[in-house]
Design a protein around this ligand. Structure first.
Ligand code: FEO
Ligand code: CA
Ligand code: CA
Length: 630
């Protein structure tokens, strides 16, 4: 993703440049070569790909002479740079919902020349849709869809340079963020939002929600508006998502820091704020212009109330969302929920920042099918992953004993707690997805140009190795792990890489990627991950779409499907210009797959989807023969 000019990570780094450390680079490159991890290189037999054998033996490719019927039964789409959606033959798409589409009949129609008003946006589908989930209730289909952020030039199309100018511009911007809850239906053969459904609801940056868990009421959460530290106002930068077996939606606050600024440019930014990328300047949203709580000179604790997982009951439109501080505070990507064999709820969580960590939450109490599970996410233990080079790993508990911090402090300053126990710095953990066919979990490590170059914001070293094998990692990889004894609450796991993305058309070194990447299926920056009911892994990208230099031939951002058993990967979809593909869900009958297209034309070069102002949209993909998809 990027804002108008700088990517989020670049913006953070400009605010707090870290010292350059280059000593790891040569070592890492030698290691990658030594292990023979070269494009289509050393012939590697099937046994070498067995889990836990070789760190870099990604993708259990079939051995020579071994032939298996592919489970990916579609004709692969070619990479391209078109301003449309490209699908395999036999598949079609339509728009389900777009930014600015009214959810209620008393709301005005979308106005692309102004981008709408605060009042219109509060009654309309939010901007930059991301993670999503579908809930079925009495035969009706209700979707929760995150609205992560906005492109200032399109949201404020009526303002010079897209700069918000009035209080109503800020109201509009806050309402474009959050979550859109909509009933959807296919009527007359066409998917769309059910206008005026009693389930339709907008949750925005101003919606009141309860703070639960260890941080509730802590001094660091107290503000003038909330002296008890128990009620937060709003949620924003909602990236990936989760869905619980008890019917709630989890929305994940990611780059929450970019909305805070300081009216006092001499204000000392302490280390705790710096670790989360909070500084004197916001990323252009200018919310402090109309809301004092966004000014850290006036309300220094407000940032501590963001960066959490928020639980929402989509079937009860009057319910209050709950911030789940027990699941930690960081730049949350998504929240993958599993019920372990022993009944505890396990939630896998990535912190998407260069050199930050991968987490696991284990609930204190157990899930009871049909019982009251509504407070299972209020208490439990957080763990952080430590990967060893021998394909083994362990979950390190974050407790008062291991960190010297209180439970509330661990919940609020989770990154600092994880640094204290020596967790493995990762290449930007994005979505986590758990394989329904076996006890095995996948995580996208999207890219990390700082790997082996400089430490993370907490000063932790980022040497190349383990699941982050490449220095200056431009392409990303997907790591997977198997909990010991098929127990998601086990301390130990084994791991390997499912794929190391790369460009074998340009490189013949480690940047060519793993053996299951070739000139026809190559991509960069895996991000969204989701398993379908057949145990196939859908992979979405948010990467470099320049289609040039190291990325030549990779085209626009895309969606691919991987088979965990064979390592085979095929491209299923290519998105329009300057978009990312993110978020997915299936209709109740699984004949439709919903997929998110975020920020088409973020640099001004798209007219997708209506040959007009570019609009982030959710599309509905189906087969022409009406068959099941995924
Ligand atoms: Fe919102 Fe890490 O992507
Ligand atoms: Ca993402
Ligand atoms: Ca991303």
């Amino acid at each position: 993703m990027s804002t108008t000019k700088l990517g989020f990570d670049e913006f953070d780094e400009n605010l707090r440049p870290a010292p350059e450390v280059v000593e790891f680079e040569e070592t890492a490159n030698r290691m990658v070569s030594r292990r023979g991890f070269l494009s289509g290189g050393a012939a590697v037999g099937a046994t070498a790909f067995v889990m836990g054998s070789t760190t870099l033996a990604a993708g259990k490719a079939l051995a020579a002479g071994e032939h298996k019927m592919s489970r990916l039964a579609f004709e692969m789409v070619k990479a391209n740079a078109e301003d449309t959606i490209t699908l395999p033959a036999g598949y079609k798409w339509e728009v389900l919902a777009s930014w600015g589409e009214p959810l209620f009949s008393n709301a005005p129609e979308f106005d692309g020349t102004t981008g709408g008003t605060g009042a219109s946006q509060e009654l309309a589908f939010g901007d930059h849709n991301d993670g999503m989930a579908l809930f079925v209730h009495n035969g009706r289909q209700i979707m929760c869809i995150n609205n992560e952020y906005t492109n200032l030039n399109t949201l404020h199309a009526n303002r010079e340079g897209g700069v918000p100018t009035t209080a109503d511009d800020i109201r509009k911007s806050k309402a474009a963020h959050g979550v859109s809850i909509v009933e959807v239906a296919r009527r007359g053969g066409k998917w769309g939002i059910v206008k005026d459904s009693e389930y339709n609801r907008r949750i925005t940056a101003d919606t009141e929600m309860d703070i639960t868990g260890p941080a509730r009421g802590h001094d660091l959460l107290k503000t003038k508006a909330d002296p008890q530290g128990v009620v937060a106002k709003g949620t924003w930068n909602n990236c990936g998502n989760g869905q619980t077996p008890w019917g709630t939606y989890l929305t994940c606050e990611e780059n929450f820091n970019g909305y805070f600024s300081s009216s006092d440019k001499n204000l000392v930014i302490n280390d705790d704020l710096k670790r989360y990328g909070i500084g004197h300047d916001d990323w252009g949203y200018k919310w402090a212009m109309a809301d004092d709580r966004m000014d850290i000179a006036k309300e220094p604790n407000e940032p501590n109330r963001f960066g959490y997982i928020v639980e929402i009951d989509p079937l009860n439109p009057s319910s209050r969302p709950k911030k789940r501080t027990a699941l930690g505070r960081f730049k949350h990507e998504n929240a993958e929920v599993e019920i372990a064999a022993n009944g505890h709820v396990v939630v896998y969580l990535g912190d998407d920042e260069r050199g930050e960590f991968l987490y696991r939450f284990v609930s204190e109490n157990k899930y009871v099918a049909g019982g009251d599970n509504s407070e299972l996410l209020a208490s439990g233990t957080l763990y952080v992953a430590k990967f060893h080079d021998n394909n083994k790993g362990e979950w390190l508990a974050l407790t008062p004993k291991t960190t010297g911090m209180t439970e509330a402090e661990i919940a609020i300053h989770t990154r600092q707690a994880a640094s204290k126990v020596g967790a493995t710095t990762m290449d930007r953990p994005e979505w986590v997805a758990s394989n329904p066919s076996k006890c095995e979990v996948y995580c996208s490590l999207t890219n990390n140009k700082n790997r082996g170059v400089k430490p993370n914001a907490g000063g932790d070293a980022t040497p190349a190795g383990g699941p982050n094998p490449r220095v200056k990692n431009n392409f990303g990889q997907i790591v997977r792990w198997r909990p010991m004894n098929e127990d998601h609450t086990a301390t130990q796991f084994s791991w390997d890489l499912f794929v190391l993305a790369g460009n074998p058309a340009v490189y013949d070194d480690a940047n060519a990627g793993s053996k299951n990447v070739n000139k026809d299926n190559m991509f960069n920056s895996p991000d969204g991950l989701k398993f379908d009911q057949n145990g196939l892994l859908w992979i979405q990208t948010d990467g470099n779409y320049s289609n040039a230099k190291g990325f030549a031939g990779q085209g626009n951002n895309q969606m691919l499907v991987g088979d965990p058993e064979t390592g085979e990967i095929k491209r299923f979809l290519v998105g329009p210009k300057e978009c990312e593909i993110t978020g997915s869900a299936w209709s109740a009958d699984r004949t439709t797959m919903f997929v998110g297209v975020q920020h088409p034309g973020e640099d001004g070069n798209s007219r997708w989807p209506f040959n007009s102002v570019p609009r982030s949209s959710v599309i509905a993909i189906s087969r022409e023969d009406g068959g099941i998809i995924g």
